[in-house]
Design a protein around this ligand. Structure first.
Ligand code: ADP
Ligand code: MG
Length: 366
C-alpha cells in the first residue's frame, strides 16, 4: 500500500456504462495508452477506432500497416460484429434474440443462434464453478432493483416480491441443446440477462474477426473489458491500466502488461444508487435476491477469453474479497481484488494473476 495523489489519467480497464461521456473517455483512453508506451518511430502505423455499442463505448487500437481501404474494412468489421452481438444479446432491445427468448413463456425449445448458445454455455460454466454466484437468470431481480431496461423503480422491492422473483432464478433452469441448436427453460417464467458477459464476448468476437483479416497486434475494448492480441510490433507487451474502486475519481490503480490475454473488471463502486440510507449496487447476489452491499471493492480478472474474464469478474464481485479470493484460488482464476479503505487502497492478487501478467505495477493508491 502506498499513498499518492491521483494522476489525472483516464482508465483503460474500466469505462462507465451508459454514460454520455463514454466516447470522450474512450478517446482519452487511447491517448493514455499512447502516453504510457509511445513507440518512437511507429506512431503513424497505430490505428484507432472508437464508437458506441451495447450502451457503452468501444475502442480498438491496431498496431499494423493499413491502407485507407483497409481502415474502412476494419471499421466495418468491428461495427457490424458489435451490432450483431447487441442484436442477439441486448435486454435493452426488445427485438433482440435474447428478448424474444425472454418472452418465449413456455418450456418448448427455442431455436437460438450459435453465438447465443456459446455465451449461455460459458455463463453456465461460470455459474457451476462459482456455485451460482454468477447466474444470468437474475434478470427479473435486476429489473426489480432498477438496473435493467425499465430504469429505477419507485421504491426498492419488498421481501415478498424478492421471494417471488427469486423463485424463478437458477442457472439450471436454462437447458442447452447444442446439437439441436435450441435453448429451453424448465419453467416458462425464467428470464435471462447477459449484461455481465456479453461485452466480453463482443471483445472476443471482434478479436477473432481481426485475426481473420490477418492482423496480429491489437487491443479491443468494450465498456472497459479488454483483450490484447499478440504483443506490439516492437515486441513489447500491451500495457493497460486497472482502475481502483474510487467512486469520486477515476484513478489508475495499477498498470499491467498483457500478451494474448483479456482483462475485465467489475465492482460495487460504479453503478449504484442510494436510497433511504442504503446503497444498491447493480450486481445481484442470487442467494439473497438483493444487490451486493457497497464496500468500495473491484475485481479484475485476466483470462484468455474476455467473456470468461467478464463473467468471472462479476461472479467474484458477488462473493467479495474474502470468499471470492478463496474461490479464485481454488479454481485457478487470475484475479486482482482492490479494496478501498480510509487509509488507501489495498489489493490482493491470486498467484495465477501474477503468473499471467507480464509486469504488474501499482501506480497509485489513495
Ligand atoms: P458492467 O456491466 O458494469 O461491466 P458486470 O460485468 O459486473 O458490470 O455486469 C453487471 C450486470 O450483470 C448487471 O447490470 C446485471 O444486468 C447483470 N447481473 C447482476 N448480477 C448478476 C449475477 N449475479 N450474475 C450474472 N449477471 C448479473
Ligand atoms: Mg461481467
Amino acid at each position: 500500500m502506498t499513498s499518492a495523489p491521483n494522476p489525472p489519467l483516464p482508465t483503460p480497464a474500466r469505462l462507465d456504462r451508459r454514460s454520455a461521456t463514454t466516447l470522450g473517455v474512450a478517446l482519452l483512453l487511447l491517448v493514455a495508452l499512447t502516453l504510457w508506451r509511445l513507440p518512437s518511430d511507429a506512431a503513424a502505423t497505430v490505428h484507432d477506432f472508437v464508437g458506441m455499442t451495447m450502451g457503452t463505448s468501444f475502442s480498438v487500437r491496431i498496431d499494423g500497416d493499413l491502407t485507407a481501404a483497409g481502415r474502412e474494412t476494419v471499421r466495418d468489421v468491428i461495427q457490424s460484429r458489435l451490432d450483431r452481438v447487441e442484436e442477439l444479446m441486448s435486454t435493452y432491445d426488445s427485438a433482440s434474440e435474447l428478448s424474444r427468448f425472454n418472452r418465449h413463456d413456455t418450456t418448448d425449445p427455442f431455436a437460438a443462434s450459435g453465438a447465443l448458445l456459446d455465451v449461455l454455455a460459458m455463463a453456465r460454466e461460470v455459474s457451476e464453478r462459482s456455485d451460482g454466484a454468477f447466474d444470468v437468470t437474475v434478470a427479473a431481480l435486476v429489473d426489480a432493483w432498477g438496473f435493467g431496461p425499465g430504469g429505477r423503480p419507485e421504491r426498492a422491492p419488498d421481501q415478498t416480491l424478492i421471494d417471488e422473483l427469486g423463485a424463478r432464478v437458477g442457472y439450471e433452469r436454462i437447458v442447452l441443446d447444442h446439437d439441436a441448436g435450441t435453448v429451453s427453460k424448465t419453467i416458462p417464467e425464467a428470464v435471462v440477462d447477459l449484461s455481465a458477459i456479453a461485452k466480453g464476448y463482443g471483445v472476443d468476437r471482434v478479436a477473432s474477426d481481426l485475426e481473420e483479416l490477418g492482423l496480429t497486434s491489437f487491443l479491443v475494448e468494450v465498456g472497459g473489458e479488454l483483450k490484447a492480441a499478440g504483443a506490439k510490433r516492437d515486441g513489447t507487451p500491451w500495457r493497460v491500466g486497472v482502475e481502483g474502486p474510487d467512486v469520486a475519481a477515476r484513478a489508475v490503480y495499477a498498470t499491467l502488461d498483457l500478451v494474448d490475454q483479456a482483462i475485465a473488471t467489475s465492482g460495487d463502486y460504479r453503478s449504484f444508487y442510494d436510497e433511504e440510507g442504503a446503497r444498491y449496487a447493480h450486481i445481484i447476489d442470487p442467494r439473497s435476491g438483493r444487490p451486493i452491499r457497497y464496500a468500495g471493492a473491484s475485481v479484475s480478472v485476466v483470462h484468455r477469453d474476455c467473456a470468461m474474464a467478464d463473467g468471472w469478474a462479476t461472479a467474484l464481485s458477488v462473493l467479495g474479497p474474502e470468499d471470492g479470493y478463496d474461490l479464485a484460488l481454488r479454481e485457478g482464476i487470475a484475479a486482482l481484488f482492490v479494496m478501498q479503505s480510509p487509509d488507501g487502497f489495498h489489493s490482493r492478487a491470486t498467484p495465477a494473476f501474477l503468473e499471467r501478467v507480464d509486469t504488474y505495477t501499482e501506480v497509485v493508491t489513495r
